[in-house]
Design a protein around this ligand. Sequence first.
Ligand SMILES: [Zn+2]
Length: 484
Amino acid sequence: MAVLSGLEPKKVFEYFEILCSVPHGSGNTKQISDLCVRLARELGLRCRQDEVNNVVIWKDASPGFEDAAPVILQGHIDMVCVKTDGCPKDMAAEGLDLVTDGTWVWADRTSLGGDDGIAVAMILAILADDSLPHPPLEAVFTVDEEVGMDGAFALDCSDLKGKKLVNLDSEEEGVFTVSCAGGVRLDCLLPVETAPLDGEIPYAVTLSGLLGGHSGAEIDKGRASANQTMVRTLYSAAERIPGLRLNDIRGGRFDNVICSVNQAVIAVPADQTENFTSFIREFDAILKNEYAGCDDGITLDCQPSGPIETALTPDSTVGVLRTLLAVPQGVQAMNVDFPGLVQTSLNMGVMCLEPDGLHFSLSIRSCIASQKAMLLQRVKAILTLGGGSWTERGNYPGWQYARQSALREDILAAYKAVTGKDGRIEATHGGLECGLFLEKIPGLDAVSAGPELHDIHSPAERLSVASTQRVYQMVREFLAHSKS
Ligand SMILES: [Zn+2]
């Protein structure tokens, strides 16, 4: 114990070490939630734990701040558990082995959960400090942010009075996030018609060597989706070679990842095999030219395949490919407030042909709710034209940029007072819990900040000690000036 006892702010790292002593991966939060309740009780503070393990703690205003507007301080208590190959730790049952060199804090061979344990530790340290002048405080610790924000979804906000939310789940000091994308997932199914082969020759077609990437962070890089590009390839092949039949097509495992490999099996009319292989060669050159500079490794290849017995009929093949080709992919609109920020996008992350039809899944994102709805409407219209069906899941609200925000000004002033530097306002095409709070608390003003954390969600994750000091000071400075 007490590996971090030499670090400042003392109380913050003391709490951080206590939090890290219990396992707290997403979905395994009962223990850390109970720990937060115990710590609140030790401080004599009122608190509430709900059935999903979210914890809310209240602290009355310090003398002279009784009339100040309450402030919500928020972070998530779950972490992404990853470890190096060969690391024997059972992260579902054991706490972390913390290490520090005085400059950085990390965990031995596992992720640190600085995302977002350091937020919880800072908030607990503020709650524990009776010397700090502050408005009424509402500390909100959510669970399972990392696996779909389940805690924020479930949280009852009706007993929260604050209209100012400081979320401490950002990872770059001096960058203040003020907008995020909302999202929805769509699982789609297109009906198909299968028939025995009629003398066609099977070929395996592979599209590989693509970079892929995260559909929030990397959708603006111009990279190809292997799913969409394979569809385009095969549709173009069928235009040149009538009678082409699809036997299989599959790519991607996650709807929020840009697909990097797609594999298909095609039945080619026996007198067209040479035409087909030369088409693939030509199309490979077209793709290499098109994606030079952003997906240089893109490679389209075909090989004779093992025997197959059935395939989609030629009509069903073209019908399915036509519908898929009409579904847009990638960036749909850029944001005007933040040059370079993607406002609206979608990604066809997963595709596979099964006996009941062609399944594919899309992740749609926008920071503007009505644009997310518009894109959803467009995809559904295309599916309807193609005779397809769909189900929606994981619908979460975005956080549209507020042109006026008193909270943002106050936090920036506090940052400047502590560091002498101007903060930077940014927006993200990823998701944040703030969107859910904005939906539940009308009139909420919000900002997201945090200390410098590198390589989150990996065993290389590390937290800057000096940055933690500055961000902690910034929050204290902000609270000490929140008298109105
Ligand atoms: Zn986080």
